[in-house]
Write a protein of this length. Structure first.
Length: 391
């Protein structure tokens, strides 16, 4: 029987990991599946609940924290010095880890390896894997200069690339030209993320559901909230879940920003929710506030599936998910005044809000159902299995 091994660089559950869970569910219908996690966390339990075989090999801490965020806001000389020092410091641990990584892959004897993150892409290139490798790309690698350079120079390490949006596909083509790339948009469990009817009450509940990544627009959201009347209550739902140094804001920083704006009493902070369905159902308006182009925007589709009125920072892959004014409202990314205007428009116009909610649900069921995702992903794997000789 075919054996597909998924490799994921972390053990926490973020957007890419929810996609991983959906991918595992799809692939296990035609192959045996094992997931190799390069970090401990709740993802292991979620997989075992599905009766999926799991191996855990944590990355050394200094290696898990290595990323492009360390290179931002630094001079080239200082950045390169910091990077060189880090590489020297981790070399012994990295060699030991890579030896263990290769041993596990040999033991598993996969027919195909499906990599779910940039760090696992790189490690697999060094892991001596002799079977086809699929990269599942969730990011704009061109915006990550260190990772882009490394992935560009990895030779003959990938048979096929799955991009989560056409925007991501166009981006990754600049990094790995000549490799077959297929767009497979993410899915959402439309049965689980389903509407729960509730009447809007005062204060209106406007929320941002996102990890604390520093480009998710938390300050923009707070700035917009400060422009709204006091009957708009803000919710920030999320937390820091990744290890890469310099990549996240803190709750304390956001609370200080809210205090400076004079809206601390109108902002509720809720921790990261592994299952955010109850949060979406509680909100009247869900805001997507990313200040950089979003590769996809899973929170957008989840909120739409829950029948919520959604406001989207219209850039990148996010613009592929909705029709402006029909099933969501778009605004200029990073523009707090434009965001505040969009929120006020929905809160002041109940028929518009009701129409957005109904259309959002219909779009989610039509375009983002797991069945569509599973079929498209299985087609990619079948194409590779049927090739006469792997790349």
């Amino acid at each position: 029987m075919r054996h597909v091994v998924f490799v994921n660089p972390v053990g926490v559950i973020g957007g890419a990991e929810r996609v991983l869970l959906a991918a595992v569910d799809a692939v296990r219908t035609h192959a045996h599946v094992t997931v190799l996690l390069l970090g401990a966390g709740p993802l292991e339990a979620a997989l075992r609940e599905r009766d999926v075989a799991v191996r855990v090999l944590p990355l050394p801490p200094v290696l898990s924290g290595l990323g492009d965020s360390q290179l931002r806001n630094s001079s080239k000389l200082r950045a390169l010095a910091r990077l060189a020092g880090t590489v020297i410091a981790v070399s012994p641990d990295a060699v030991k880890f890579l030896r263990q990584f290769r041993t596990i892959l040999r033991e598993l004897q996969p027919t195909l390896v499906h990599s779910n993150g940039a760090k696992s892409h790189l490690l697999l290139a060094l892991g001596g894997v002799k079977v086809p490798i699929v990269w599942h790309v969730h990011d704009f690698y061109s915006e990550r200069p260190l990772m882009a350079k490394l992935l560009r120079n990895v030779r003959k390490s990938v048979a096929h690339i799955v991009a989560i949006s056409d925007a991501v596909k166009r981006d990754v083509e600049t990094i790995r030209p000549g490799v077959a790339i297929t767009t497979v948009r993410n899915c959402v469990d439309t049965q689980h993320f389903s509407p729960l009817e509730r009447e809007a009450t005062l204060p209106f509940r406007v929320g941002l559901v996102a990890t604390y990544a520093n480009w998710k627009g938390h300050r923009v959201f707070l700035d917009a909230l400060a422009r709204l009347p006091s009957d708009a209550q803000g919710y920030i739902v999320g937390g820091p879940i990744y290890a890469t140094a310099g990549s996240q804001v803190t709750r304390e920083e956001l609370q200080s920003h809210a205090e400076a704006l004079g809206i601390a009493g109108r902002v509720v902070f809720l921790p990261f929710q592994p299952d955010p369905v109850s949060v979406y159902r509680m909100l009247d308006v869900v805001v997507h506030a990313s200040t950089r182009p979003e590769p996809f925007g899973l929170t957008i589709t989840e909120a739409m599936s829950c029948g919520r009125a959604v406001i989207v920072a219209a850039a990148g892959g996010a613009i592929e998910l909705f029709t402006d004014g029909v099933d969501a409202i778009g605004y200029k990314p990073g523009d707090a005044a434009d965001l505040a205007s969009a929120i006020a428009r929905i809160l002041d116009d109940e028929p518009l809000r009701k129409r957005l909610e109904a259309n959002a649900r219909m779009t989610a069921v039509r375009a983002f159902a797991p069945e569509r995702f599973g079929n498209e992903l299985r087609e990619v794997h079948e194409r590779i299995f049927n090739e006469k000789s792997p790349r």
